[in-house]
Write a protein that binds this ligand. Structure first.
Ligand code: HEC
Length: 115
């Protein structure tokens, strides 16, 4: 539930009026995104990018997932349900500490919010 709240907050900051996750696709389709297309670009920038700054050194193109932008991120990491997507379920690997439980919930909620 915390993730959903964060999502609403992020959407609010992005000046969307709706807080209904189901409407994100419509809201994002009106040209207010960052040019990434397909919807989700703006929320990727506001919700996911800040969480993955320590990941892009490795996941910047060579190794999937490509976490540099919404359009670069492979389709498999946008597949619902978010809670079982590997982006939310993956744990520590390659000697790095993975996202916290809270951050993984945000990732899951973000995936579920995609059109
Ligand atoms: C030191 C380099 C490195 C860093 C930093 C790193 N990763 Fe990875 N990641 C890898 C490699 C290599 C793999 C593939 C092998 C494995 O799973 O261990 C991988 C695999 C993954 C996978 C599974 C991909 C799949 O399709 O199965 C996910 C999801 C992932 N990383 C997310 C992240 C996130 C999110 C972060 C930041 C919190 C991160 N990684 C940080 C190197 C890294």
């Amino acid at each position: 539930m915390k993730g959903i709240k964060l999502l609403c907050l992020a959407l609010g900051l992005a000046a969307f009026s709706a807080c209904d996750v189901g409407e994100v696709g419509d809201e994002d389709g009106n040209g207010s995104g960052n040019g990434n297309g397909m919807g989700g670009g703006q929320t990727f920038t506001s919700m996911i990018s800040p969480l993955v700054t320590g990941c892009v050194g490795c996941h910047g193109g060579g190794t999937a997932p490509n976490l540099t932008s919404f359009s670069a991120l492979e389709a498999k990491y946008k597949m619902k349900p978010g809670a079982s997507n590997v982006l939310a379920t993956k744990g520590d690997h390659q000697s790095i500490t993975y996202l916290t439980t809270e951050q993984r919930a945000t990732v899951a909620a973000w995936i579920d919010s995609l059109p």
